[in-house]
Design a protein around this ligand. Structure first.
Ligand code: NAI
Ligand code: MG
Length: 348
């Protein structure tokens, strides 16, 4: 067998950090089947050159030839641009990558103490407001904009199941369902009920999981006040997006938070951050989110030992805090941090 990995750096710092993720995989390749990389196009830059942000060839090669993929970040404009739509949102739908799994873990110099923050945000990845059905109408009272928020029992149940599985495998076995069903009792109500119904339909396999709930606004409040109370958090798409960026602030930077977009038969690693136009092209982006995304992807595919090695090399870089990029208060460049992690990895 072999392991074929699609590489989609896309825009901005995606192009600077995805090469670091590739290097990390190459550094552990002796523990993997023969690895092959395929470079693929997507993003704003691709759109401006070809008129499409996600060429059909990219999707076809991912489906036909790749076992998994790594995605960098896209620069999506905040205004409406005719013909453009975000390729990452489209890819998640096209490949049915319905679970966005985002671990947020703090690393301290005292490696014997448990991390202060150690949680996973499990974000539904295919619906909610991200179905992007928006309309704008002109009325006598002025413009009116509307958006559809789709929540289905099927998608809520399958993301719930992933969340229960993750919670079950962790020491604390604690799951918080994040919602706002005090206000949105129909949509968030369906999400909440569907997730809650998972254990009853699962032959007792989730009996040990402690189920808690938290309204999304107070969940963010508690996340900042007492992050240690959270273990696994499951949320509809938009809340999950916001909570995971917020949680990133607790551990220093968005530049260290990895994710995978997982479906039943494909997985795509992706740093949680965007294309960071404020620092793109300067060679100072933190590569750790991407390197960790590579590890998370390998772990999901069952390659536990190489994934552990990559994570250890990252932690051994973060804990002494000597070779860090500027977002973590350091002075090192992307390539210096990458080289440092690879140096540690080579010794494993
Ligand atoms: P962003 O995540 O790109 O940047 C937010 C802040 O974090 C910036 O100050 C940036 O410099 C910093 N940052 C992010 N990643 C970093 C890293 N690896 N190292 C050091 N610093 C880092 O979010 P922003 O500015 O809201 O969005 C910029 C663009 O990215 C937009 O066009 C947005 O649409 C896109 N975006 C794309 C995503 C994706 O591809 N999945 C996700 C989020 C945003
Ligand atoms: Mg986001």
């Amino acid at each position: 067998s072999s392991l074929t990995i699609g590489l989609i750096p896309a825009d901005g710092i995606g192009r600077e950090v995805i090469p670091a993720a590739k290097e990390a995989i190459l550094a552990v390749q002796s523990e993997l089947p023969p690895v092959k990389f395929i470079d693929l196009l997507a993003g704003w830059d691709t759109f401006t050159r070809t008129g499409t942000a996600l060429p059909s060839e990219t999707v076809q090669i991912l489906k036909d030839e790749c076992d998994c993929a790594l995605f960098g970040s896209v620069s999506s404009p905040s205004r409406k641009v005719a013909g453009y739509s975000s390729p990452i949102v489209a890819l998640r739908k096209e490949l049915d990558l319905y679970a966005n799994i985002r671990p947020v873990v703090s690393v301290s110099a005292d490696t014997t103490a448990p991390p202060a923050v150690d949680l996973i945000v499990v974000r539904e990845n295919t619906e909610c407001l991200y179905v992007k059905e928006e309309t704008l109408t002109q009325t006598e009272r002025g413009k009116e904009a509307r958006a559809t928020r789709l929540i289905t029992e099927r998608a809520s149940t399958r993301i719930g199941k992933i969340a229960f599985e993750l919670a079950k495998a962790r020491p604390r076995k604690l799951l918080h369902i994040i919602h706002k069903s005090n206000v949105l009792s129909v949509t968030d109500g369906l999400f909440r009920e569907s997730v809650r119904a998972v254990p009853a339909a699962s032959d007792g396999q989730f009996d040990q999981v402690d189920i808690q709930e938290q309204l999304v606004d107070s969940a963010v409040y508690r996340l900042f006040r007492e992050p240690e109370i959270f273990d696994v958090m499951v949320a509809p798409n938009l809340y999950g997006d916001i909570i995971s960026d917020a949680a990133a602030a607790l551990v220093g930077s968005l530049g260290v938070i990895p994710s995978i977009n997982a479906g039943d038969d494909f997985v795509m690693g992706e740093p949680v951050h965007g294309s960071a136009p404020d620092i793109a092209g300067k060679g100072i982006a933190n590569p750790i989110a991407s390197i960790r995304s590579a590890a998370l992807m390998l772990r999901h595919l069952g390659y536990t030992s190489p994934a552990d090695k990559i994570d250890e090399a990252v932690n051994e870089t973060l804990a002494p805090a000597q070779v860090l990029t500027a977002d973590l208060g350091g002075k090192s460049s992307t390539s210096q941090v990458t080289a440092h992690v690879m140096g540690l990895l080579q010794k494993k």
